[in-house]
Write a protein that binds this ligand. Structure first.
Ligand code: PEP
Ligand code: MN
Length: 338
């Protein structure tokens, strides 16, 4: 990482960028308020940092010890704020709630859910069109029909859409319909998919694998960033531990840990972590209290009839109550809920 002097000229910066490229590295520019920082991406083992130190305008060269660079706070100190097409922001002062059904099941189901979450102030509609189910015999989603329904119904409420993409071949199609591409826990380490999603020109929400460390999550995020995508957010959704009282164990520690290591927005999914709707609001409040920038929550107008994840989906009343309670917690930590 090359830190430019505060008074470095554009010409000096240009020289540094050209030197980086001539050595076969890729430069990543980050213009801060006080300093411009240039990330040097590539295999740096063959060169000493000093080769850049002598260039005019360079203040110092810092080796980043994390296996991820672009995702680290060292590279970019200020929080990344992702602005969606409807103006909603992830990573800013507001806590962004993304809510909707686990899977898009029908026009009726999505319409009812969208209306109820929109009425509670939600600006991002979630819903799976391509579902990565554990069993091949479970409902796999409506596919393209689900994407069309999400887009149309979200637009009626001025909402953005987040939906999962499970194969590289579908990235383009999903990007045409969605505002945020969701990479699911089971695909966190699907590097071929990450490469394609990194170049899709859409924000990506990357969920932590159920058996992955924070470090592995950030290296997966690095794939997206290194392929040109700046708008990346990471999501804690529960990991597998020896504890069986809940579906997964929400690693609440991961929220402040991630906030300290990365400038990327941090989202929490309390639904998949808990697996039980009665426990979802409590951990959603904890997530907001400890600094999460967003929540991804499953809601269903009639959870008993849901085709996937009914037991963890909030019903309309439960969702309303959760929204009221997280607004209070957000206020207590100097934030608000969008
Ligand atoms: C989902 O959000 O619908 C989902 C499948 O989550 P995860 O990838 O975290 O299991
Ligand atoms: Mn689900």
């Amino acid at each position: 990482m090359i830190v430019m002097k505060a008074d470095a000229s554009e010409r000096e910066l240009d020289l540094v960028l050209r030197r980086i490229e001539s050595l076969g590295f890729r430069p990543h520019l980050s213009r801060g308020v006080e300093r411009t920082v240039v990330g040097v991406v590539g295999d740096e083992r063959q060169y000493e940092a000093e080769i850049f130190e002598e260039l005019p305008g360079v203040e110092r060269v810092v080796r980043i010890l994390h296996p991820y660079k672009l995702a680290s706070r060292d590279f970019q100190a200020a929080d990344r704020v992702i602005t969606l097409s409807n103006g909603a922001q992830l990573g800013g002062r507001d806590v962004l709630v993304m809510a909707g059904p686990c899977a898009v099941e029908s026009e009726d189901q999505l319409r009812t859910t969208a209306a109820l979450v929109a009425a509670a102030g939600v600006r991002v509609l979630r819903g799976g069109a391509f579902k990565p189910r554990t069993s091949p015999y479970s409902f796999q989603g409506l596919g393209i029909e689900g994407l069309r329904l999400l887009r149309r119904i979200a637009d009626e409420h001025g909402m953005a859409v987040i939906t999962e993409v499970i194969t590289s071949e579908d990235v383009q199609l999903v990007a045409e319909h969605a505002d945020i591409l969701q990479i699911g826990a089971r695909n966190m380490a699907n590097y071929a998919l990450l490469r394609v999603a990194g170049g899709a020109g859409r924000p990506v929400l990357l969920k932590r694998g159920l058996g992955s460390t924070v470090d592995e999550l950030l290296q997966a995020a690095e794939y997206l960033l290194a392929h040109g995508n700046q708008d990346v957010a990471v999501c804690e959704r529960g990991i597998r531990t020896f504890e069986t009282s809940t579906r997964f164990t929400l690693d609440i520690n991961a929220v402040p840990v991630l906030k300290s290591l990365t400038h990327l927005p941090v989202v929490v999914d309390p639904s998949h972590a808990m697996g039980r709707r009665d426990l979802v609001p409590a951990i959603a409040r904890a997530a907001v209290a400890c600094g999460a920038d967003g929540l991804l929550v499953e809601v269903h107008p009639d959870p008993a009839s849901a085709l996937s994840d009914g037991p963890q989906s909030l019903d309309p009343e439960g969702f309303g109550a959760m929204m009221t309670s997280i607004r209070r917690v957000a206020g207590a930590v100097d934030r608000s809920v969008a």
